[in-house]
Design a protein around this ligand. Structure first.
Ligand code: GLN
Length: 311
């Protein structure tokens, strides 16, 4: 993908990078041991317009794992395959107001929403696929279509989480007991770990977000990845649940549908205009990138990007 290096958009992104660089609060995630070695000073930001123009600043070539930012895309796949109502018989659509790894089951036995781990593991279990490898391969292919290039698995991060992710296994068993997880818990959890360990850059995140922002058509490749309705459903759930227990604060201060991941990435999709990807490993108490949140607050504020913008 060619990035436009002369554009004023790049000047904006560089200014934002310079503004947030001095922030040194937050901690790099270490509950997945393999993530602990991430460079706390790394910072990259990219934007992709609805016309497919790409802009970036900072460490735009740094690779990191997509982690929870895979959740909206697997949710979109499940909707495409089974329809919205079927999916929501298995998982709710309410902000949990709780951390990403919360033990979450509503009165119907469903995890609160598909953006927290419990709900995402259920969503993964709903995706079709012949055998466990078949399903992961379908997920990898779909996320690659959103990104517009073939994404590959970071084997070390996957194995590291597969060895230590017992809480996620427990969440899977709770959903099985609630009657909402389909098939085998271990297979669903393994595929969830693998989808989380797909390797991306900020440009990938920006293209993935821009594909949702463009109603399901990848603006760089021109491929229709999901329907317009599915893209809207996905953006809706991102806007209410994408930032875990900071979703309300995010709606107030940023107002752009977004999803964060513990690797320190955030992707944000401004409907009809563009997608943004940002990466900086140190996380705040909710598991959201400190500099990533600051950068998106800045961008929203300076350019009046709140989705409830009053014309
Ligand atoms: N793979 C991580 C987990 O399941 C993803 C969590 C996240 O990015 N918030 O714990």
């Amino acid at each position: 993908r060619a990035t436009d290096e002369q554009s004023p958009v790049v000047t904006v992104l560089e200014r934002i990078r310079d503004e947030v660089a001095p922030r040194h609060e937050g901690r790099v995630a270490d509950f997945i041991p393999e993530l602990a070695g991430a460079d706390p000073d790394a910072f990259g930001i990219a934007a992709v317009s609805a016309h497919g123009r790409c802009y970036s600043a900072g460490d735009d070539a740094a690779a990191f794992t997509v982690q929870s930012m895979s959740k909206p895309f697997v949710y979109a796949m499940a909707i495409e395959e089974r329809g919205l109502d079927d999916v929501h018989q298995h998982v709710g659509a309410e902000p949990s107001g709780e951390p990403f790894n919360a033990i979450s089951l509503d009165e119907l036995g469903r995890p609160e929403n598909p953006m927290i781990n419990a709900g995402a593991i259920v969503t993964t279990s709903l995706v079709h696929g012949a055998g466990p490898d078949g399903r992961f391969e379908r997920i990898r292919t779909a996320l690659s279509s959103f990104a517009g290039r073939s994404l590959s698995l970071d084997e070390d991060v996957y194995l590291s989480e597969a060895e230590t992710g017992h809480r996620n296994r427990a969440l899977g068993y709770l959903s099985l007991a609630g009657g909402v997880l389909e098939g085998s818990v271990e297979e669903a959890v393994q595929d969830y770990f693998r989808q989380c360990a797909l390797s991306v850059t900020v440009l990938d995140l920006a293209v993935m977000a821009a594909t949702l922002a463009s109603g399901g058509v990848n603006p760089v490749t021109g491929e229709r990845v999901v329907s317009r309705r599915t893209a809207r459903h996905t953006l809706s759930v991102m806007s209410s649940c994408g930032m875990y227990d900071r979703a309300g604060e995010w709606a107030l201060r940023v107002g752009i549908p977004a999803k964060s991941g513990v690797s320190g990435g955030i992707l944000a999709a401004a409907p009809g205009s563009f997608g943004v990807g940002v990466f900086s490993p140190p996380l705040d108490g909710a598991g959201n990138s400190v500099r990533g949140v600051a950068a998106l607050e800045r961008l929203s504020e300076d350019y009046d990007l709140h989705m409830l913008r009053i014309p």
